[in-house]
Design a protein around this ligand. Structure first.
Ligand code: ZN
Length: 170
């Protein structure tokens, strides 16, 4: 059970390479395909990681530490969920889960298109199918502001705000 972790779209200040994250130790909450919570083999599309995990449960999954969203993991999961490896698209619930994170961390349009040129078509399908609402796709402004504050500039300028507002209304 995921008692210790709550699902979030928070990025760590620094994250390990996705390749070095121990996916086998990730808790159920770190996956977009939920499967059977008791059966690790049915979970899929991991895109979170646990910082400072030390204890594990019977499944070998972390029970402590801090859960973060992983930018590289999100990219990899999105690519795989769009058929990157299998040629088969994952179920809409998986795509919607990942798409919501992309929106929350305000992944740039260029970045989205680099991962999946059909991102807009996929998004419309998810909206039409009721798997996402427009509200799900509203960028998380607080997260965006804190990222800018943590960035090299150390401050949010008027131009940053204008750029964000322009993107939101376009
Ligand atoms: Zn997630």
């Amino acid at each position: 059970m995921d008692v210790a972790f709550s699902h979030n779209s928070t990025l760590a200040k620094s994250e390990p390479a996705w390749g070095s994250v121990a996916k086998g130790k990730l808790p159920h909450v770190a996956f977009a395909r939920k499967g059977d919570p008791e059966k690790k083999s049915t979970w899929g599309f991991p895109h979170h990681w646990v910082q400072g995990g030390s204890n594990t449960d019977d499944n070998g999954c972390y029970t402590d530490g801090t859960l973060y969203l992983h930018r590289g993991g999100l990219r990899a999961a999105w690519s795989a969920a769009n058929g990157g490896r299998s040629g088969k698209k994952a179920e809409p619930a998986v795509l919607a889960h990942l798409r919501t994170h992309m929106s929350a961390i305000k992944m740039s349009k260029a970045e989205l298109l680099a991962i999946d040129p059909n991102i807009e078509a996929t998004t419309s399908e998810l909206l039409a199918g009721g798997f996402l609402t427009e509200a799900d796709l509203q960028p998380d402004i607080e997260a965006w502001v804190s990222r800018v504050l943590a960035g090299p500039m150390g401050s949010v300028t008027d131009a940053d705000i204008e750029e964000m507002l322009a993107e939101q209304t376009s």
